[in-house]
Design a protein around this ligand. Structure first.
Ligand code: C5P
Length: 314
């Protein structure tokens, strides 16, 4: 086949704990990542010009080498030069639905879809773990985006342990269009403010990372107990993002007034989600939020937790 259409779901963090520093400048993390139905569509088509051409229906993202989807295609060319020579270049079209720079892994999931799509276009037959290894070279959230669902992510975020998929849980997602938070800024600020609390010795670091596997929130996920999951949600990055971005704090406070299970910032923000036990509840909360904050800069979505990552639709 000369073309593929892929669905690339966004993710939220149900849990994000910063454990310590790493020698490569990144952080040791313990996270629980969750795919949501809100997704981009990525079209890949073989071209005959021996190069990557990227375009998008969004004016908010670059379409050059600074786009992670472009870098994913570049990585495949470097890794599989013979296949590139045989099959030629790739035209990539990104249909963006996921808010940009929002803590929802929008760029990471597009890159994951490009890896999966080129694997198919070039008939490479890569395994999921081979794709995840390539994905880890692009960014910390990219490996998760390949398989998606619900998973514990440790170390830099690339070591994944799948958990049983959560069904029938909905979220309302809120993001101010004009607001974006740099992930690097959030982590660096956290380091300067809370670096003194970091676990330093290697053994304790590994033990803390492992402890999440038997933690309360993982047990709640195993029991599909949405109320308990909501109670145990946590995100260390809220400690630096909320004081700096009052609009994000305001979203959390507004959500908390309604009949929701819990509310949390996703990743490094600035998007905030509210967990709800039904689609009907989620729609009501969205309606109330819109009445409370009529500012059209605020984007609101109702979407649900899903059990998969990248999907091919043709
Ligand atoms: O891996 P990715 O490019 O998504 O990370 C963006 C930024 O987030 C990094 O430059 C780093 O500052 C921070 N980060 C971190 N530790 C991680 C993941 C990300 O410090 N485990």
């Amino acid at each position: 086949m000369r073309s593929y259409h892929l669905i690339a779901p966004a993710k939220i963090n149900l849990y994000l704990e910063i454990i310590g520093d790493r020698h490569d400048g990144y952080h040791e993390l313990a996270m629980i990542l969750q795919s949501i139905e809100l997704a981009d569509q990525i079209d890949l088509e073989a071209n005959d010009v021996q190069s990557i051409r990227l375009r998008s229906d969004s004016k908010e993202i670059p379409v050059d080498k600074s786009n992670l989807a472009y870098r994913a295609a570049d990585l495949m060319i470097q890794e599989f030069p013979d296949s590139f020579a045989t099959y030629g270049g790739v035209d990539i079209t990104l249909h963006k639905r996921i808010p940009v720079a929002a803590g929802l892994a929008g760029g990471s999931t597009d890159a994951a879809a490009v890896l999966v799509g080129i694997d198919l276009l070039w008939k490479l037959g890569l395994t999921k773990s081979e794709l995840e290894e390539l994905a880890a070279q692009l960014g910390s959230d990219v490996p998760f985006c390949i398989g998606g669902g619900t998973a514990i992510a440790t170390r830099r975020g690339e070591i994944l342990s799948p958990l049983s998929g959560l069904r029938g849980i909905y979220i309302v997602l809120a993001k101010y269009r004009s607001l974006s938070v740099s992930t690097a800024w959030a982590y660096n600020t956290y380091r300067s403010e809370f670096g003194h609390t970091y676990i330093k010795d290697t053994e304790s670091l590994a033990a803390r990372g492992n402890a999440v596997h038997s933690g309360d929130i993982v047990q709640a996920i195993t029991r599909q107990d949405a109320k308990e999951i909501a109670q145990k949600m946590h995100n260390d990055l809220e400690k630096v993002v909320l004081p700096e971005y009052p609009q994000v704090l305001q979203l959390k406070e507004s959500f908390a007034k309604y009949d929701i299970l819990g509310t949390m910032m996703s990743g490094s923000g600035p998007s905030v989600f509210a967990l709800c036990e039904s689609q009907e509840k989620a729609e009501q909360v969205k309606f109330s939020m819109r009445e409370e904050i009529p500012d059209m800069d605020l984007e609101l979505f109702v979407t649900r937790l899903i059990t998969h990552g990248i999907q091919v639709v043709n």
